[in-house]
Design a protein around this ligand. Structure first.
Ligand SMILES: COc1cc(O)cc(C/C=C(\C)CC/C=C(\C)CC/C=C(\C)CC/C=C(\C)CC/C=C(\C)CCC=C(C)C)c1O
Ligand SMILES: C[S@@+](CC[C@H](N)C(=O)[O-])C[C@H]1O[C@@H](n2cnc3c(N)ncnc32)[C@H](O)[C@@H]1O
Length: 307
C-alpha cells in the first residue's frame, strides 16, 4: 500500500529541457545515530579512514570491493529476490517513482531528453523510464545511460534488454561500468534527468555521489532518488523489524547467501532518515529539495533541481 503526500505540481514548463515541478511534503523523522568507529591507529581522523559496511566498521578503501562482492553474488537472483522480499511491492514503488517523475520529450518539443540512471543494475528504472516516455509522449528519441559499478549486475540488465528485444544494442541506450561517486565518462552539465534507485545507500561516500549528480546535470535538471528510509510509525517499524529478520534467512534458503541479505538489512538501518538525506541533497547544491515517504516510510522518493 503506498501512502503518498499530496503533490502540488506546477504546470510543466513547455521548454522540453526544463522539467520544473514543485511538490509539497511535510514529515518529521528521527535523527540518524552517528557510526562508532574504532580508535584511530594513525594520525588520520577516524572519519577519513573508516566507514560502515552494514553494521561493520571497515577501512574506507575496502568498502567498494565488499559491496562489489555482494552484488556479484546476488546478481543472478536479484529480480526474484526483490519480488520475494518485498512481496512484489518494490514494483509498485518503482512504478510510482516513474509515473510521478512523468519524464519524456513532449510532442511539441524537438529536443530529446538525456537520462542517466545510476546504480541501474538490472534496468528496472532505466527501461521503465524509456517505456513511459514512449507510451505517454511518443518519445523514441531521448537517450539513456545506465551506469553501474558492477559488471555482473549490468549484464543482468543487458540480458533483459536482449530477451525483451528492446534497448539492446540501441544507439539511444548505453550500459556503462562506472562509479556513481565519480562518473568520469559523463560530461558536466550534460544530463536532464538523474535517477538512482536503491543504489546510493551502497556508495562509500554518499555526499560525493550527490555532488557528482549535481555536476552532470544541466541547469534545470532533476535529481530523483528512490531509496530505503525510516518508518515513521513505531508500530509499523516493529512489524518491519520482524519482517527484516526473515530476509537473510530467505537469502540463505533461496540464494544460498545469508551474508548479502544481512548486509541489505543493515545497510537500510544505516542510511540517513528522510530529513537528513534531504539536507545532504541541498548541501550538493540542489534547490526545491523534497521527499515523499512510501509504505509507512519503508522507502522514500527524494528530489532536487539544479538551478
Ligand atoms: C544486497 O542488497 C540488495 C540485494 C537485493 O537482492 C536487492 C536489493 C534491493 C531490495 C529491494 C528492491 C527490495 C528489498 C525488500 C525489502 C527490504 C523488504 C521491504 C519490506 C516490505 C515491503 C514490507 C514492509 C512491512 C512493514 C512496513 C510492516 C507493516 C506492513 C504490513 C503489516 C502490511 C504489508 C506487509 C508486508 C508487505 C510484509 C538490495 O539492496
Ligand atoms: C539494489 S541494486 C539497485 C538496482 C536498480 N537500481 C533497482 O532499482 O533495482 C544496487 C545497485 O547499486 C550498484 N552500486 C553500488 N555502489 C555503486 C557505485 N558506487 N556506483 C554505481 N553503482 C553502484 C550495485 O552494483 C547494484 O547494482
Amino acid at each position: 500500500m503506498l501512502i503518498s503526500s499530496r503533490i502540488v505540481r506546477s504546470s510543466l514548463a513547455n521548454a522540453p529541457l526544463k522539467l520544473s515541478r514543485f511538490f509539497t511534503q511535510a514529515h518529521t523523522v528521527r535523527k540518524e545515530e552517528d557510526p562508532i568507529a574504532p580508535p584511530p591507529r594513525s594520525s588520520e581522523q577516524p572519519e577519513q579512514k573508516y566507514t560502515h559496511f552494514g553494521s561493520k566498521t571497515v577501512l574506507k578503501s575496502t568498502k567498494q570491493k565488499l559491496v562489489g562482492d555482494v552484488f556479484s553474488s546476488v546478481a543472478n537472483r536479484y529480480d526474484l529476490m526483490n519480488d520475494i522480499m518485498s512481496l512484489g511491492i518494490h514494483r509498485l514503488w518503482k512504478e510510482h517513482f516513474i509515473n510521478k517523475l512523468d519524464a519524456g520529450k513532449r510532442p511539441n518539443s524537438t529536443t530529446p531528453l538525456h537520462f542517466i540512471d545510476v546504480a541501474g543494475g538490472s534496468g528496472d528504472i532505466a527501461f521503465g523510464l524509456l517505456d513511459h516516455a514512449e507510451s505517454k509522449f511518443g518519445d523514441i528519441e531521448s537517450t539513456m545511460d545506465i551506469v553501474d559499478i558492477n559488471a555482473d549486475m549490468l549484464k543482468e540488465g543487458e540480458k533483459r534488454a536482449m530477451e525483451q528485444g528492446k534497448y539492446f544494442k540501441d544507439p539511444r541506450v548505453r550500459f556503462l561500468v562506472s562509479n556513481g561517486e565519480v562518473l568520469e565518462e559523463i560530461e558536466s552539465d550534460s544530463k536532464d534527468i538523474y535517477t538512482v534507485s536503491f543504489g546510493i545507500r551502497n556508495f562509500t561516500d554518499i555526499q560525493k555521489g550527490l555532488n557528482t549528480a549535481y555536476r552532470v546535470l544541466k541547469p534545470g535538471g532533476i535529481f530523483y532518488c528512490l531509496e530505503f528510509s525510516k518508518i515513521e510509525n513505531p508500530l509499523m517499524d516493529l512489524a518491519y523489524q520482524q519482517w527484516a529478520k526473515v530476509l537473510p534467512v530467505m537469502g540463505s534458503m533461496i540464494a544460498n547467501d545469508y551474508d548479502s541479505y544481512q548486509y541489505l538489512v543493515e545497510s537500510i538501518e544505516r542510511f540517513p532518515d528522510q530529513e537528513t538525506f534531504k539536507s545532504m541533497i541541498e548541501t550538493a547544491g540542489f534547490k526545491s529539495a523534497g521527499y515523499e515517504s512510501l509504505t509507512f516510510g519503508v522507502c522514500a522518493i527524494h528530489w532536487g533541481i539544479k538551478v
